[in-house]
Design a protein around this ligand. Structure first.
Ligand code: SAH
Ligand code: SF4
Ligand code: F3S
Length: 443
């Protein structure tokens, strides 16, 4: 039996995006239902789950080596069950290789088998049998998986899964399957349960939330879904991730104009400032379209914070393409930029394109991009000095007696305060603006 009366512990290592963080909460929920409790120490765990990401090669290589290193831990604690799941495992050849090489791993499952963790775990504990289960067609939605939430009063809610966009560089459609939306009834019922339980910040998750609703029997657009959610009481901060610039509708922009709980922030990944590269990336918009969307968003909500993702060194990117990215970053003045060096992913369209660039060129470009992005961020952060913001406290740096949290428009704020403030909304007056955050004091 799994729970024989003594305390059984689980530990989860999570890599990747918000989608994965939320799936780890589901793994935690299933393990809690089986009688396990959370531990922060992998050495103590009876069940250790590694929830993986494969968006870039560097992440994947590191994760594979970390999984290999668990062999030592397992040798010291022979009855520990090790589970590997998440996007990386959905790549069949890699999973098969890991299953052969890593005899210390009990269970390797793909992104479509998360709900079967209890079943596979029970089997491995009872019979010692190892499991490798990767489904080919990733098209179903599994509802009602129990979920442990560790970030109260903030909660993630999936509104859709998968992606149909096939950006030339990206592996997500291959490992997460095609786009499918949850029904509005399921989403709204989950949000109602969360607000009844005292959650007040909701982040809606999807790879491209703007195409929410495609394929549902009755169609409801993403903007309509947001309005439905806004009508509900109890939510103070409504956020979403991620929206694709190609399908951002005027109706969605209008929700920002008369927003209620919707936060004054949008994450709108541009990837490149060069229309030529955007075309090669299969992004289906050009530089002018992106700038127009930014203009409309700012007309609807003048102080809206706009954050973005940028890739440097896509195959064939010339110095002048890259300079267009630099000039776009200056022109928009992003509130925050997440910058990445292009990484070749197996099976994607870009893998076989001409003109792959050396790491030296990519490194040189990303450094220049970061310098420009930091300048823009510094300007934004300095403009906050002297003003007071409501901050939801997310965590603490106890050694410095500091806590940190976010404003409505997603700015990271640090200030002196006790860790007990975690989960509370407080007022903070900003004293100093740095490149990545601001520093303030409780008022
Ligand atoms: N669905 C989201 C992004 C998910 S991946 C969206 O479209 O916005 C998060 C970011 O990782 C992407 O926006 C992109 O900037 C980056 N990324 C994806 N694949 C990459 C690759 N092969 N190399 C480098 N960066 C990549
Ligand atoms: Fe990847 Fe593009 Fe889909 Fe985002 S929209 S997950 S970048 S294929
Ligand atoms: Fe997220 Fe990484 Fe998968 S970014 S969708 S966990 S490949």
């Amino acid at each position: 039996m799994i729970n024989s009366g003594t305390k059984k512990l689980y530990h989860i290592v999570t890599y990747g995006c918000q989608m994965n963080s939320h799936e780890s909460e589901k793994i935690a929920g299933m393990l809690t239902n089986l009688g396990y409790q959370k531990t922060d120490s992998p050495e103590e765990a009876d069940v250790l789950a590694v929830n993986t990401c494969c968006i870039r090669e560097s992440a994947e290589t590191k994760i594979v080596s970390n999984i290999g290193a668990l062999r030592k831990l397992k040798a010291e604690k022979k009855d520990m069950a090790i589970i590997v799941c998440g996007c990386m495992t959905q790549q069949k050849p890699l999973s098969q290789r890991m299953f052969q090489r890593f005899s210390h791993v009990n269970i390797i499952i793909g992104t479509q088998n998360l709900h079967r963790i209890p079943e596979f775990l029970e089997e491995t504990l009872e019979t010692g049998r190892r499991t490798l289960a990767i489904e080919d067609d990733a098209l179903k939605i599994y509802e009602d998986i129990p979920t442990e939430r560790y970030t109260k009063p903030s909660a993630y809610v999936n509104i859709m899964y998968g992606c149909d966009n096939y950006c030339a560089y990206c592996i997500v459609p291959y490992v997460r399957g095609g786009e499918r939306s949850r029904t509005p009834e399921k989403i709204l019922a989950e949000i109602d349960r969360l607000t009844d339980d005292g959650f007040s910040e909701i982040t809606l998750l999807g790879q491209n939330v703007n195409s929410y609703g495609k394929g549902l029997p009755e169609s409801l657009s993403f903007a309509e879904l947001l309005r439905e959610i806004e009508k509900r009481g109890g939510i103070k901060r409504l956020r979403f991730m991620t929206s694709h610039p190609k399908d951002i509708s005027d109706d969605l922009i209008a929700v920002f104009k008369d927003r209620k709980s919707l936060c004054n922030h949008i994450h709108l990944p541009v990837q490149s400032g060069s229309s030529r590269i955007l075309k090669l990336m299969n992004r289906k918009y050009d530089r002018d379209h992106y700038l127009k969307v930014v203009e409309k968003l700012r007309a609807a909500s003048p102080d809206i914070a706009i954050t973005t993702d940028l890739i440097v060194g896509f195959p064939g990117e010339t110095e002048s393409d890259f300079e267009e990215t630099l000039s776009l970053v200056k022109e928009v003045g992003f509130d925050s930029c997440f910058t990445f060096k292009y990484s070749k992913r197996s099976g994607t369209k870009a893998e076989t394109m001409d003109g792959h660039l050396s790491d030296t060129v990519k490194t040189e470009r990303i450094m220049r991009l970061i310098a420009v992005a930091n300048q823009e961020m510094m300007v934004k952060h300095k403009s906050m000095v002297g003003k007071t913001y409501e901050v939801l406290v997310e965590g603490a740096h106890t050694e410095k007696n500091q806590v940190f949290g976010r404003t409505d428009d997603f700015k990271l704020v640090n200030f002196l305060g006790p860790s007990e403030l975690k989960g509370q909304y407080v007022s903070v007056k900003i004293r100093k603006g740095m490149k990545n955050s601001v520093f303030g004091e409780l008022v």
